[in-house]
Design a protein around this ligand. Structure first.
Ligand code: ZN
Length: 124
């Protein structure tokens, strides 16, 4: 079964259902929610979702968004602009992606030096 190995090596893809939570009464957007399960229909009822309040970065887990009310007027909320997004998660070596500090890493300088030397020796 080589196909199994291939899928394993590929970057992981996860599908998220995202939507804005909007107020029926005043139309203000409370925030956006996302879930790996469908947000609409019976299947989406009662699933915990991730809620990101408008203007804030951190997300909170919400057991049932249908219980939430508008911050401004207390009106009921509905899902607006539902969308499906696919995100890629790759096996990533975060240590290699450290912020640069103005100059290339030693390893790279060394590589370039060797390349230059090689070119010079060829030119001679
Ligand atoms: Zn409202």
């Amino acid at each position: 079964m080589t196909s199994l190995e291939q899928t394993h090596a590929k970057p992981q893809r996860r599908t998220f259902f995202v939507a804005d939570l909007k107020c029926y009464m005043c139309g203000s957007v409370t925030g956006s929610i996302e879930s790996e399960q469908s947000l609409t229909g019976i299947a989406g009822a009662g699933n915990p979702v991730l809620l990101r309040y408008a203007g804030r970065d951190e997300a909170v887990q919400v057991a049932n968004w249908r219980r939430l009310r508008c911050d401004r007027c207390g009106g009921p909320l509905f899902l607006d602009e539902t969308d499906v997004v696919t995100r890629r998660y790759e096996d990533y070596n975060w240590l290699d992606e450290r912020p640069r500090r103005g100059r290339p890493p030693k390893r790279l300088i060394e590589e370039r030096r060797r390349e230059r030397e090689l070119l010079e020796s060829q030119a001679a």
